[in-house]
Design a protein around this ligand. Structure first.
Ligand SMILES: [Zn+2]
Length: 439
């Protein structure tokens, strides 16, 4: 009996009110295992463009990778569609589930390119439908089925550099209630597994980050560099309610894979970008504490925004001056004033000199001379000697910032953003180099 490898992707099953596409993936996986399929690889959790205007929450799509007896291929697809039909959030026009199934082998270049763009910019449903038809990808659309975009991307995405997340799900009777998780055990787990797991606790805010705040089925998720570490971390958390099931996803979370180097003239709404340039205006702070400055790179000028919740980033941005050379990283939004780059990270490459003009000093009296009025030079009040305007001193001031890379506060961070603690350690992870922060 022949086997086929199936890649089945699912997306857009949740709403702001509940559900979670990773849960739908977890249930579908168990359904396929009970049908007699075997897992060919960890399921993938692919975070798509975090800057997409249609996303519900984390913009996550999943893909299952299974070895399937050739005679069961149709049944497997049907089983996944059934799970999606059972679980997706009904009654929300915005929830448009999609399923896509790709059979075996390596991923065609065209599909890989599509998946890459689904993570870094905006792609259209029409393109996904076209590609699916050309490459014999079986699809299922519900309620319009915009989720086919993410489903197709999930079965086509090359997870080069990656991390893992072990997720525990709640039993249905507990959905929507307060999660009963022993906080102390999370701090303890973080202390013991630090360096292998990440994003467990936001110490600045004193907040546990493994549990979401939405009414979705996720009880807790532990992010780590390997599957073993993710499971080990999850196993160290004390849960005070039943766990329905656990799944380990391989994911592009914390890899910065949404960021691409772009010139300002190439920026379009909803792309994610790394722009290198020179600060071209003094930062201004508006009500609410949001900081804005302009950046030029010779091809154009763009407004960069560091919003209040980014904390450190906002404080750093506030101290920039024209002439500073920086790399600005984040998502591009259309605003009435033009395109704005919402900062996720900021690297200061080179600081401009900050100077002030001071009156000259009288050599005979060793005292600072006084101005005689605009354009009329300076006079010493001790001996009456006079100096011209050209003899004023230029004094260099200390800058309040240092070159280096800065990131948004953990609570304002995107799932795709690589935490600096991972960048700085330059940890090598499964499947790729993990040193640079944004390439
Ligand atoms: Zn004098």
């Amino acid at each position: 009996m022949g086997y086929r490898v199936l890649h089945i992707g699912v997306d857009d099953t949740d709403s702001k009110g509940g559900m979670c596409t990773t849960y739908v993936g977890a249930v579908a996986r168990d359904r396929l295992l009970s049908l007699g399929l075997e897992e060919a690889d960890y399921p993938s959790l692919v975070r798509l463009n975090p800057n997409c205007p249609f996303k519900t929450r984390g913009n996550a799509a999943v893909a299952l990778h299974m070895r399937c007896p050739a005679t069961l291929v149709d049944e497997a697809f049907k089983a996944v569609v059934e799970v999606v039909e059972e679980l997706y959030e009904r009654g929300y026009g915005d929830t448009q589930p999609g399923v896509a199934m790709r059979l075996g082998g390596s991923t065609p270049e065209e599909l890989r390119g599509f998946a890459y763009r689904a993570v870094t910019e905006l792609v259209e449903l029409d393109e996904a439908l076209n590609l699916a038809e050309r490459h014999n990808i079986r699809i299922h659309r519900i309620n319009g089925g915009r989720g086919v975009i993410g489903a197709l991307a999930a079965v086509s995405y090359e997870l080069g550099e990656h991390t893992f997340e072990a997720i525990a799900y709640r039993t249905r009777d507990n959905w929507g209630t307060v999660r009963r998780v022993d906080r102390q055990s999370v701090f303890e787990m973080d202390r013991i597994t630090r360096g292998r797991t990440f994003d467990n606790v936001d110490y600045e805010a004193g907040e546990v980050r493994v549990t979401p705040h939405t009414p979705c089925p996720v009880l807790a998720g532990v992010r780590a560099l390997t599957a073993e570490d993710a499971l080990r971390g999850l196993g160290m958390i004390r849960f005070l309610e039943p766990v329905e099931r656990v799944v380990v996803y391989r994911t592009n979370q914390a890899t910065d894979k949404h960021l691409t180097a772009r010139r300002i003239e190439e920026l379009k709404p909803y792309v994610n970008a790394v722009v290198e340039g020179v600060v071209s205006s003094r930062p201004s702070t508006i009500k609410g504490g949001h900081v804005f400055f302009k950046l030029s790179d010779g091809t154009g000028e763009v407004v960069c925004a560091a919003y209040e919740p980014t904390k450190t980033l906002k404080k750093i941005a506030k101290q920039l001056i024209p002439g500073d050379r920086v790399k600005a990283m984040g998502g591009v939004k259309p605003k009435p004033e033009g395109l704005t780059l919402n900062l996720e990270k900021l690297e200061i490459l080179e600081l401009a000199e900050l100077t002030v003009e001071k009156p000259p000093v009288c050599e005979s009296c060793n005292r600072t001379m006084k101005s005689r009025g605009r354009g009329r030079g300076y006079e010493c009040w001790g001996c009456g000697s006079v100096k011209g305007d050209a003899e004023r001193r230029i004094v260099k001031l200390e800058r309040g910032v240092r070159p280096g890379i800065y990131e948004a506060a953990a609570s304002a961070r995107r799932h795709l953003s690589k935490p600096l603690e991972l960048c700085i350690r330059g940890v090598k992870r499964g499947g790729g180099e993990g040193s640079a922060c944004y390439d």
